[in-house]
Design a protein around this ligand. Structure first.
Ligand code: HEC
Length: 172
C-alpha cells in the first residue's frame, strides 16, 4: 500500500529522473559547440600556448617560452623553454609546487588574466599540450636570478635584436 512517505519518495525519484534526463539531453545538444562563457575553448591545446588568451592581454605563452631550446625559430625568449616543465617537482625558484600554480602566476603577472581553476576546460587542454611536450630534457628544477635592466645599452646590435625578438613570434 502507498503511504504518504512512500508517495513522497516516489515523486522525488520521478523528479530526479526527469531533471537528470533533461540535463543529459542538454549536454548532448551542446556537444561540439563552443561554450560562449569560455571563448578559449575554440582554441586547440596548442593554440592555448601560441595565441593570446581571450581573457588576457596580447601576450601568449610562446612569446616568452619556447617549446625547447635551442628553438626552431632561433628566437631568444625571456623565459626558459617548457620542454619538460610538466615533470618538474617545483617551479619559480622553489616558491610554487604545481604546474598550475606556475602557469597561473604567468597568467596573472604577465598576461593580465585571472587564474585558471583546476577543472577549467582551457587549463586541462593547455595541460595536455604541456604533457605532450614532456618527452625530452628539462625535467630538473630550474633556478634563476632576476637582474635589473641595464642602464647602458651601448654595444648591442639593434637590428639583430629585432630579428631575434618576440616581434617575430607574434607580430602584433
Ligand atoms: C611576458 C612573459 C611570459 C609569458 C607571457 C608567460 N610566461 Fe611563463 N614565465 C616567464 C618568466 C620570466 C618565468 C620565470 C622562470 C623562467 O624563466 O622560466 C616564467 C615561468 C614559467 C613557468 C615555471 C618555470 C619553472 O620551472 O620555474 C611555467 C611552467 C610557465 N612560465 C608557463 C607559462 C605558460 C604555460 C604561459 C602561458 C599561459 C606563460 N608561462 C606565459 C615569462 C612569461
Amino acid at each position: 500500500m502507498l503511504n504518504a512517505k512512500r508517495l513522497r519518495k516516489f515523486f522525488l525519484l520521478i523528479f530526479v529522473i526527469i531533471t537528470q534526463g533533461l540535463s543529459c539531453s542538454e549536454n548532448e545538444e551542446n556537444e561540439g559547440q563552443v561554450d560562449s562563457s569560455e571563448p578559449m575553448l575554440e582554441f586547440s591545446s596548442e593554440e592555448l600556448f601560441t595565441k593570446p588568451h581571450a581573457d588576457g592581454n596580447s601576450f601568449s605563452c610562446n612569446i616568452c617560452h619556447a617549446r625547447k631550446e635551442p628553438s626552431d625559430d632561433g628566437m631568444s625568449r625571456p623565459g626558459h623553454d617548457l620542454e619538460n616543465a610538466y615533470n618538474r617537482s617545483n617551479f619559480k625558484n622553489g616558491q610554487l609546487n604545481t604546474l598550475l600554480e606556475a602557469v597561473n602566476s604567468c597568467r596573472k603577472e604577465w598576461m593580465n588574466a585571472p587564474a585558471f581553476t583546476p577543472d577549467q576546460a582551457a587549463w586541462l587542454s593547455l595541460e595536455t599540450f604541456l604533457k605532450d611536450l614532456a618527452v625530452g630534457k628539462g625535467s630538473e628544477i630550474i633556478s634563476y636570478q632576476i637582474v635589473s635592466a641595464p642602464n647602458d645599452l651601448t654595444g648591442g646590435d639593434a637590428t639583430e635584436g629585432m630579428n631575434r625578438s618576440f616581434h617575430k613570434v607574434a607580430p602584433y
